[in-house]
Design a protein around this ligand. Structure first.
Ligand code: NAP
Length: 245
């Protein structure tokens, strides 16, 4: 039987590439999206045309009812969720003194509550009974080092690291691994507003002398979901071109 993966925020950017790689590696791929319905449908068509197994699910990860409904639908369709990739995220560049309480809460709701919702739902509805599973949380280098003008983003991404480490301790005896992938700067819509000068300034800080692409992340996620990574849990792995060492 094929393994099934759920990728949150899978219609665009890093999540989309993760979906493509898993589908081409023989998984049933469940793509979660929130607002990008058009992109999700295009991806579904593209991979269906390759004869691959893919289906799409609308849910706001910060809404537990929507998440539970999505997980129930996937399990009734495929019988399992073997891999969960908590990738959904937003970014915002703002001086700390300008961050509103609302936008601070929204940052935590999408990254942290979203990760909590999807993870707890998949664990309770499938992985714990099965005593098997892989959970991969997409954090960021800014969750490790902190970034100026991204205090709320850095806080949320650091929280995902603490969440992962604690849960890895708790779930080890159930044969479930939990790891973090903490990308450096990756070419997606999330950095689309950077000017050429800002991009150059970033590249100057990267020993490998380039901004990352989505495949730099998806290959690692696929590896962490594989049997080759069965002794890796609670770890933070950061593909960042050497930007932080
Ligand atoms: P992106 O292209 O903007 O994609 C973000 C994704 O998150 C979208 O698919 C979006 O779905 C989804 N999302 C946002 N809010 C959601 C919600 N409430 N419920 C469900 N999905 C939601 O950005 P990306 O660069 O691929 O980012 C993917 C992940 O990598 C994020 O967690 C980000 O923080 C992390 N990351 C990115 C970089 C980078 O430089 N790009 C670096 C480090 C970490 P809809 O469009 O359907 O709403």
């Amino acid at each position: 039987m094929k393994n099934t993966v759920l990728v949150t925020g899978g219609a665009k950017g890093i999540g989309k590439q993760i979906c493509i790689d898993f589908a081409r590696s023989g998984y049933n791929v469940c793509v979660n999206y929130n607002t990008s319905e058009k992109e999700a449908k295009l991806l579904e068509n593209e991979l269906n045309n390759e004869g691959l197994s893919i289906s799409i699910y609308k849910a706001d990860v910060s809404d537990r009812i929507q998440v539970d409904n999505m997980i129930d639908t996937i399990i009734s369709r495929y019988g399992s969720i073997d891999v969960l990739v908590n990738n959904a995220g937003i970014s915002e560049y703002s001086l700390f003194t300008d961050i509103s309480e609302e936008s601070f809460k929204r940052m935590l709701d999408i990254h942290l509550l979203g990760t909590f919702n999807c993870t707890q739902s998949v664990l309770k509805k499938y992985m714990i009974n099965k005593k098997e599973g892989k959970i991969i949380n997409i954090s960021s280098i800014w969750g490790i080092t902190g970034a100026s003008c991204e205090v709320h983003y850095s806080t949320a991404k650091a929280g995902m690291i603490g969440f992962t480490k604690a849960l890895a301790h708790e779930l080890g005896p159930c044969n479930i691994t939990v790891n973090v992938v903490a990308p450096g700067v990756i070419d997606t819509d999330m950095i689309a507003t950077l000017t050429e000068e800002e991009r150059k300034g970033i590249i100057d800080q990267i020993p490998l002398m380039r901004i990352g692409n989505t495949k730099d992340i998806s290959g690692l996620v696929l590896f962490l979901a594989s049997d080759k990574a069965s002794y890796i849990t609670g770890q933070v792995i950061s593909p960042n071109g050497g930007m932080i060492i």
